[in-house]
Design a protein. Structure first.
Length: 501
């Protein structure tokens, strides 16, 4: 049976939760049936200024084996500088759409035009499980709406019959064969076909190994559906952590290394004052809270929640760009503020955010000093700032500060010396031909080396005191053809702090 429903919009209720208003449309009902398929089509138009989320209730009878949805929407021409139409989609089951996601069954954003869920299988991005009777909700996210409005069409197909056999999820192990306390290389921001990427977990794992990585983190947009599909890609040589890229309308945050099966809701804005609740959820699930590409210019990508809840911040995202340069400078300002106010400082990270060919996995990569190659040890190293970021596995850094009496400190540590004690800062570099080294302090760049030799190896030293430099961090930059602007980063370190405080 096929039925056309013109909602127009047939509104039932509007729920307003701070900035993220939610509109619920008229319920779509299906009759009970012993077998076969039932199909209904819903059409409507969303105006400019629509709520962040629009829910289409679907009354599901008992005996349904599969819930399938396909959708389309118009893309009219718009003037230059005006956003066109973009409509995301997802699904909540009979447990409801309440914030926190108890009823969450999947999200594909704008990556797919159709999806299904059933007990034994689901479209990537969605969670397999029984199709129980009750009111389900198709979740629409009008990301941007053209001045002409956004006309959509949704087709819902219910297939009746006996459910398939439930599949028990198998998750990747939390430990790989490490080298004890050592430097481990990883990429914590990656996308597969379980959100808007185009690679399988196996393809990503192969690229990670080829890039010289020891660990990766699964971070699909607004879904944990990939967690149960990484076990076969992990191995003694590759630790696979799982998480999520929580993609809100006011910025993205990567949950790094959560307990498998953890879902983190994204349906709020900064002015709703709800981010703290979900940051705490990430930590309760054993994960790290890492704001991603905080100065990205795409719509909704710029970070607006502040950094009070952050365990680290993704300063370098993908190929080095002006956005990353701004993020690096902003992070340096946060280091100065932490020194001034005596607050805990926030370490920096770098990740590829790779989605598809030709996006390189492991460019850049975070190199972490950890006690072993386990989820907990890697997270502890990241949280402590015992790390540096490199454009590839070819680049290796060793950064230390030492005092006159044998005192010694490495990346992320404090060299406890008197304010007037001479301090020697030393950076050993390999894999960075013709690059220059810059030492940056709370005053700015205080030392710049000449170009490293074509071999890419060299040692740069500089002397200072704690009264002159509250911290020192190192940058390794490529040559520039002309002008006063610095070259693109080849690598940078988290700081070494100086002084007794």
């Amino acid at each position: 049976m096929c039925e056309d429903i013109k909602d127009g919009i047939g509104r039932r209720a509007v729920f307003v939760t701070g900035a993220a208003a939610a509109l619920t449309l008229t319920t779509v009902s299906f009759a009970s049936a012993a077998d076969g398929r039932q199909t209904k089509t819903i059409r409507g138009t969303l105006p400019t200024g629509s709520p962040d989320f629009v829910y289409v209730p679907v009354e599901v009878p008992s005996g349904v084996r599969e819930f399938r949805v396909s959708y389309s929407y118009d893309r009219p021409a718009v003037p230059s500088g005006t956003a066109g139409n973009a409509l995301d989609i997802g699904l909540f089951d009979e447990r409801g759409t309440g914030l926190g996601g108890r009823g969450f069954r999947g999200w594909s954003g704008g990556a797919r035009t159709e999806f299904f869920v059933r007990t034994d299988e689901a479209t990537p991005g969605y969670i397999p499980g029984p199709v129980r009777a009750g009111t389900w909700h198709i979740a629409l996210g009008p990301y941007t709406v053209a001045p002409q409005g956004l006309s959509y069409e949704i087709t819902v197909t219910l297939t009746h019959g006996e459910p398939g056999e439930a599949v028990r999820p198998v998750y990747p192990p939390e430990r790989a064969k490490g080298r004890g306390r050592a430097w481990y290389r990883g990429d914590c921001h990656l996308h597969s076909w379980y959100s808007d990427g185009r690679r399988t977990p196996a393809e990503i794992a192969a690229l990670a190994r080829a890039a010289g990585l020891d660990f990766i983190n699964s971070s699909e947009h607004n879904t944990h559906s990939a967690h149960a599909h990484w076990a076969d890609a992990a191995g003694d040589d590759l630790l696979v952590m799982v998480g999520e890229e929580v993609t809100t309308r006011n910025g993205h945050v990567v949950a790094v290394g959560t307990d498998p099966g953890t879902f983190v809701d994204w349906r709020y804005r900064a002015r709703d004052n709800r981010f703290g609740r979900f940051a705490r959820q990430i930590r309760r699930a054993g994960g790290l809270v890492v704001p991603a590409h905080p100065h990205a210019t795409c719509i909704g990508c710029n970070w607006k929640f502040g950094f009070d809840e952050a365990d680290a911040v993704e300063v370098w995202n993908g190929s080095y760009s002006p956005e990353d340069e701004v993020a690096l400078a902003d992070w340096d300002g946060m280091l100065v503020a932490s020194v001034r106010d005596g607050r805990v400082w926030i370490p920096a990270m770098g990740s590829s955010d790779a989605h598809r060919d030709p996006d390189p996995v492991g460019t850049p990569q975070t190199v972490v000093l950890a006690d072993d190659l386990t989820r907990r040890a890697i997270q502890e190293g990241i949280r402590a700032g015992r790390s540096y970021v490199a454009e590839s596995a070819k680049v290796t850094l060793a950064f230390t500060a030492s005092g006159g009496r044998g005192e010694h400190a490495g990346i992320g540590e404090r060299l406890s010396v008197a304010d007037d004690t001479p301090v020697t800062v030393r950076l050993a570099v390999s894999g960075a031909p013709r690059c220059t080294v810059r030492f940056v302090t709370d005053q700015g760049v205080l030392h710049t080396s000449g170009p490293l030799p074509v071999s890419g190896e060299g040692v740069v030293e500089w002397r200072t005191t704690a009264s002159y430099a509250a911290y020192v961090r190192a940058e390794v930059r490529h040559e520039v053809a002309a002008g006063a602007l610095p070259g693109a980063l080849a690598a940078f370190t988290n700081p070494v702090f100086l002084g007794e405080r």
